[in-house]
Design a protein around this ligand. Structure first.
Ligand code: GDP
Ligand code: GDP
Length: 434
């Protein structure tokens, strides 16, 4: 999927614009487990074209008095990673020094840049927008992110600027795994251990996006693609300290994968940044295997692994039904386990459960523990079926769907997980009127 990045100095209205663009999507209410709303990254569509939008400011450090150096890093990164850049300025301040700095960087890039002048709240201000021609980035688009006026034209311009959709990009139906995680956790080591040492790997084929390479792995009865971002990331090594960096890098890999192998560093435990990446996986409804790497560096007692796993599951709750594998790449410890687990998650994720089996199992459970009645209304679930979606989604047909509470949704999800192996697979549950 293509990525559109919104850049601009603090306070020009990036997050307001982001909310408006992403909010345009007629939201399929996403109430699947474990999804926390990330306010800075979302997908949207316009005229049938789907793409991701990132508010780079959301990952900025320091707030108002952000340093020029940080702004620079963000712009450089956006140029590297995004397909189209929305450069936001605001009309009331005119062109500021920071605007100039950013415009210089953007002009020198080969990426498509769309200049957007925000806070045009009335027609008179459109005249003031002319001064922004001086940025040397072409015609400014005038918008009010607040009211939404002008944003449709910006979306049209975005669509026109997006690269050809790599719709026919799928090489074939083989599973695609992505190795993701913070810098230094061991992603390249794992990827190299798998790919370099195995002679029968296979020529890289051009992947789903311009930037990702799929390497085919075919050994030990496993045949799949590994999305190899390891080589790509070297070029931006300097900016690795930014959370924004990991997030942006991860997004592309996550979006092109079926199952994500999320690596953690055992010596660091699970940190906020790991959780953010985990949440991206869940929000994209991808399968997940957590790999705790550098296990050789941990002093172990008999229960260490179990306690470690429990601590992780507490942090990733409510979606804690995720496999966890403990590895040491240099010792080649459990590396194949990682792949086998990823395979299992892949097959669980594409499994279709027959409607009859679902109802035979779930209706008696529902009869025994029905949804609590609300406002004196009696809530009846008639039947359940798995939808024909690419990831597991279940629809329960109900007389009064609006009265079903989150707790009951979770109860049903847990029951499904008890009966069928959906370890590492986000599942969605919908309640529909019957
Ligand atoms: P960011 O720091 O670039 O993400 O900027 P925000 O989206 O947080 O917006 C900064 C301020 O500008 C907020 O107080 C917004 O309400 C305000 N703002 C955003 N868009 C508009 C607009 O179109 N018109 C006006 N008048 N204010 C706006
Ligand atoms: P990446 O940034 O996530 O790709 O991480 P790298 O693969 O570059 O690894 C970062 C550092 O950790 C390197 O010095 C590796 O040699 C080291 N490393 C990777 N895996 C392990 C492991 O399982 N145990 C130990 N002790 N070191 C590891």
């Amino acid at each position: 999927m293509s990525i559109v990045a919104i850049v601009g100095r603090p306070n020009v209205g990036k997050s307001t614009l982001f909310n408006r663009l992403v909010g345009m999507r007629k939201a399929i209410v996403n109430d699947s487990a474990g999804t926390t709303r990330d306010r800075h990254y979302g997908t949207t569509d316009w005229c049938g074209r789907e793409f991701s939008v990132i508010d780079t400011g959301g990952y900025a450090m320091g707030g108002e008095d952000i340093f020029e150096a940080e702004i620079r890093k963000q712009v450089v990164l956006a140029i590297e990673e995004a397909d189209v850049i929305l450069f936001l300025v605001e009309v009331s301040t005119g062109i500021t020094d920071l605007d100039m700095v950013m415009a210089d960087l953007l002009r020198r890039s080969s990426k498509k840049v769309i200049l957007v002048v925000n806070k045009i709240d009335n027609n008179d201000q459109i005249y003031s927008s002319h001064e922004f021609y001086a940025l040397g980035l072409g015609d400014p688009y005038c918008i009010s992110a607040m009211s939404g006026s002008g944003t449709g034209e910006v979306m049209d311009a975005v669509i026109a600027a997006l690269p050809e959709d790599a719709g026919a990009e799928q090489a074939d139906d083989l599973p695609k795994f992505a190795v993701i995680g913070r810098p230094n956790v061991g992603k390249s080591s794992l990827t190299n251990a798998l790919l370099d040492t195995e002679r029968n790997i296979v020529t890289p084929v051009a992947g789903t996006t311009r930037d990702s390479i799929l390497s085919r792995y075919n050994k030990f009865g496993m045949d799949f693609y590994l999305i190899d971002t390891a080589g790509l990331r070297k070029k931006a090594k300097v900016t690795e300290d930014l959370e924004f960096y990991s997030v942006l890098r991860s997004i592309r890999s996550i979006e092109s994968s079926d199952v994500c192998i999320l690596m953690l560093d055992a010596t660091a435990g699970i940190e906020a940044q790991d959780l953010n990446i985990f949440n991206l996986v869940v929000r994209n409804k991808k399968g997940c295997v957590i790999v705790v790497n550098k296990w050789d560096l941990i002093e172990k007692e008999s229960n260490t692994m179990k306690e470690f796993a429990e601590a992780i599951r507490r942090r990733i709750a409510p979606f804690s039904d995720v496999p966890i594998v403990f590895t040491s790449v240099p010792n080649k410890q459990r590396i194949l386990d990682v792949l086998q687990t990823a395979m299992r998650v892949y097959y669980s994720r594409i499994r279709k459960i027959p409607t009859s089996a679902l109802n035979e199992y779930l209706l008696p459970i529902i009869e025994e523990t029905p949804p609590p009645s609300t406002k004196g209304k009696y809530i009846r679930i008639k039947y359940v079926t798995q939808l024909a979606s690419p990831t597991p989604s279940f629809a329960f047909f109900v007389n009064l769907p609006q009265y079903i509470k989150e707790g009951y949704r979770r109860f049903l999800e847990n029951k499904i997980r008890e009966r069928w192996d959906f370890e590492g697979v986000p599942i969605q549950i919908f309640f529909r009127q019957k």
